[in-house]
Design a protein around this ligand. Structure first.
Ligand code: DHK
Length: 149
């Protein structure tokens, strides 16, 4: 049992369909494969890896991370561009936050160009594909380390 606080890796709507969903944009990797990669990259540190299509549930998980977590990696998917409620929740988190997108949202349709979450995220990663998730895990470890110095 690790005494390290967990990294919360939170995924928003439609990401449960990865592997089948617009593979030309999101690739063919499934969310469970991504979860495995994240746990491996996290090493000793526990990971809470979750996905929901519900804005309410995502916000409740951010509240849980506020009380229990060391860091948040969040792919809010479409809620990135619509949810002030999610932004308000993330503002309460005092650890590092990485906003993560599989695709480069800035190369896509204009509806994907304005992120509320970026107004509070420590870092934004976009366009690395599914293999970017374990990179984000290693990056958040560096940010946790920086935060603790
Ligand atoms: C995933 C989604 O579901 C979209 O709504 C975002 C993001 C992009 C991604 O690239 O991971 O716009």
């Amino acid at each position: 049992m690790s005494d390290l606080k967990p990294i919360y890796i939170l995924n928003g709507p439609n990401l449960n369909r990865l592997g089948k969903r617009e593979p030309e944009i999101y690739g063919s990797t499934t969310l469970s494969e991504i979860e495995e990669w994240c746990r491996e990259a996290a090493g000793e540190r526990p990971v809470e890896f979750r996905q929901t299509n519900s804005e309410e549930r995502l916000i409740e998980w951010v509240h849980e991370a506020i009380d229990e977590g060391a860091a948040i990696i969040i792919n809010p998917a479409a809620f990135t561009f619509t949810s002030i409620a999610l932004l308000d929740a993330l503002k309460m988190f005092d650890g590092p936050i990485i906003e993560f997108h599989i695709s480069n949202v800035h190369k896509r349709e204009p509806i994907y160009h304005r992120s509320y979450v970026s107004m509070t995220a420590t870092s934004v990663m976009a366009g690395l594909g599914a293999k970017g998730y374990p990179v984000a895990v290693r990056a958040i470890e560096m940010l946790i380390e920086q935060n603790s110095n």
